[in-house]
Design a protein around this ligand. Structure first.
Ligand code: S3P
Length: 448
């Protein structure tokens, strides 16, 4: 499956019971960061459990283009020989980040304070997404950006020759922007300070500390203040990537919606900046439990057990929870169709600038499947019909967005008539084994 070739339409139909273990792949956010920080340290970083999806493979390719030695040892084991902070070479070719906003934004940050010139591009989805949110703060370090109208890719970044440290208040809740500023701060002298009003995923901060950088996080009345001391020598690490809660969301939600299901999803990272969906589902009345709760590599981890939950209720999802479940709203909106009453989701403007406009893409598909959806610029409401009463039978456009494709395929496991997605190819960006994994649990997915 590829997001760049001929579209691959796919259909899912009423399934169940889903039974067994779902071994989902490694965390996408942590996988990107492992490769980038590995490339910025001096010596050999070993990574196990790396997500080998297209997005992360594009980042691995980019790190090679910057001069790091990146080798795939097989079975999710990778080794990176880093070139050190400020050691990136100028790539000979355009750097193509495919579908990945995280990849391109983090890499832009990592090269912006090194005196090299790099041109970035991506696929049709990525080339529509806003980059000014990253290039604005990078300009404060002294980097220059030349992109298309509206700050879109393809874009050339000229790294700062004499970078200065920056104090930056992130204007949108975005871990990508925060991380780009921190990665740029690595090669600036003195202290770079990032302030975020709402806490977003903190994998960059945790990993920077692990690689030996001096980094401090304080919760203050003005928000979370992160202070990084520039120009450290990063020491290579041994990293075990936990499994991705954003990928776990799909088998978990599928189990909640299909009669008789009982699915175990082992070893899922439950970092509080990522686990908002699971709290929300439990508040809706989902039979979802955390088993064997423990800590691994500085991150909380548990085995998730999800069972068929026919009596879920719609809820008001707290706006302040949005950052901790921003990628999970598409699949939550599917669950909301099978709950009784309305699920209101405020404070989610960022959904409009993901791989697709996710409010628009989901609202269109859900309406075509017989669901009432209300929406505004930064909120939406799904009117649940309850279990056994969701018509389905729609063909939906996925707009090169993996999470839209997987969400509607999960929906089809429980609708009265099958659901069809126009292109399942982009699923390979984050969850290449989605189809065989779901099929093994007992779900019915077919090519069309
Ligand atoms: C990510 C941050 C989020 C998320 C994306 C991964 C990251 O994006 O949607 O899938 O790894 O930092 P924003 O920073 O734009 O919210």
């Amino acid at each position: 499956m590829s997001g760049h070739g001929t579209p691959t339409p796919m259909l899912s139909r009423k399934s169940g019971p889903l039974k067994g273990e779902a071994q989902v792949p490694g965390d996408k956010s942590i996988s990107h960061r492992s490769l980038i920080l590995g490339a910025m340290s001096v010596g050999e970083t070993r990574i196990s459990g790396l997500l080998e999806g297209e997005d992360v493979l594009d980042t691995a390719k980019a790190m090679r283009a910057f001069g790091a030695d990146v080798a795939d040892l097989g079975n999710g084991e990778w080794v990176v020989y880093g070139v050190g902070v400020g050691g990136f070479a100028e790539p000979a070719q355009v750097v193509d980040c495919g579908n990945s906003g995280t990849g391109v934004r983090l890499i832009m940050g990592s090269m912006a304070t090194t005196p090299i010139t790099v041109t970035f591009t991506g696929d049709a989805s990525l080339n529509k997404r806003p980059m000014a949110r990253v290039t604005d703060p990078l300009a404060l370090f002294g980097a220059q950006a030349y992109g298309r109208a509206g700050g879109r890719l393809p874009m050339t970044i000229v790294g700062a020759r004499e970078p200065v440290p920056v104090r930056y208040r992130v204007p949108v809740p975005s871990a990508q922007v925060k991380s780009a500023v921190l990665l740029a701060g690595l090669n600036a002298p003195g202290q770079t300070v990032v302030i975020e009003k709402e806490a977003t995923r903190d994998h960059t901060e945790r990993m920077l500390a692990g690689f030996g950088a001096e980094i401090m996080t304080e919760d203050t009345p003005e928000g979370r203040v992160i202070t990084l001391t520039g120009q450290p020598e990063l020491s290579p690490q041994v990293i075990a990537v936990p499994r991705d809660p954003s990928s776990a969301a799909f088998p978990v939600c599928a189990a909640l919606l299909t009669e008789g299901s009982d699915v175990l999803v082992p070893n899922i990272g439950l970092n509080p900046t990522r686990a908002g969906l699971f709290s929300t589902l439990r508040e809706m009345g989902a039979d979802l439990t955390y088993e064997n709760l423990r800590h691994e590599g500085g991150e909380p981890v548990a085995d998730l057990r999800a069972r068929f939950s026919p009596d879920m209720q719609g809820i008001e999802v707290p706006a302040e929870r949005a950052a901790s479940m921003i990628d999970e709203y598409p699949v939550l909106s599917v669950v909301a169709c099978f709950a009784k009453g309305k699920t209101h989701m405020p404070g989610v403007k960022e959904l409009r600038v993901k791989e697709s406009d996710r409010i628009d893409a989901m609202a269109k598909g859900l309406r075509a499947a017989g669901i009432t959806v209300d929406e505004g610029e930064d909120w939406w409401t799904v009117h649940g019909r309850g279990f056994g009463d969701v018509p389905g039978g729609a063909v939906v456009e996925t707009h090169l967005d993996h999470r839209i494709a997987m969400s509607f395929l999960v929906m089809g496991f429980a609708t009265e008539k099958p659901m069809t997605v126009d292109d399942a190819g982009p699923i390979a960006t984050s969850f290449p084994i989605f189809e065989p994994l779901m099929t093994r649990l007992g779900a019915v997915i077919e090519g069309v």
